[in-house]
Write a protein that binds this ligand. Sequence first.
Ligand SMILES: [Zn+2]
Ligand SMILES: [Zn+2]
Length: 292
Amino acid sequence: MKVVFLGTAAGRPTRERSLPCIALQFEGETILFDCGENAQRQMISVVSPSKIGRIFISHFHGDHYLGLGGLLQTMSLNKRETPLSIYGPQGTIEYLKHYFASGHFGVRFDISLFEMGEATIEEELYSIRSFPVDHGVPTIGFVFEEKEKRGRFLEKKAKSLGIRGRLFSDIEEKGQIEIDGRVITLEEVTGPPRKGRKVVYSADTLPCQRVVEMAHHCDMLIHEGTYLNDEDRHGTYHTTVSEACEIAKKAGVKTLVLTHVSQRYEEEEIKEEAEKWLPGTVIARDLMEIEM
Ligand SMILES: [Zn+2]
Ligand SMILES: [Zn+2]
């Protein structure tokens, strides 16, 4: 499982930072969170558009979705046939229908649009849950959670019961096998189930209690850290670096990754501020990859 930061700027791009886009790669599938302008160019040699099955848009401020058009065009030029699902907050269907109706857009594969407020998508190996945050316009955050995995094989025990070679895959597939008339269950030869990994992404928001709740004990919280102080925030619906650190502390997250940083600061300044409040905080950079 890998998280790739394709764009980490706020509002407008800089030489070093493209607009918000995060790719989560999991078991051969790529899930995209936000798709700012230039997202498809950032993907070159890093993320294959053909592997993207789902795109989640946090909200419809231009910096978070205007890369969709170009990406979909490229998918179509690549002769994509696999359907694509796009999810977003209230208004998604109307906004995207207008967007796709502009010019000779001509995308030739099926796109399904979904609006999510508080909702959960269940897959065999993971779930994705959306929750509203506080950004002045309909905006949602996302929780990606891997399903609980079976415990590791207790190899010594398994071998002492006569399990060897192909029998390991047999018991895994069937849940139990019989050796010399004795039934051995998978639970007998595996440790306790392992908790799945959990990644939470909250894009633009004022500090929000819902994020604290949803990010509870997650492995990674990706949070905006647009400003360094309230003066710079100037009444906008964004979070400062210190506030994002406080949220991560309250939620007890393992790793906080700050993204959506304002172009007015040097990365060093942001790093310094974050170190003051939550040592070990990661400041996302374009094309940064975090293996989990
Ligand atoms: Zn933004
Ligand atoms: Zn916004």
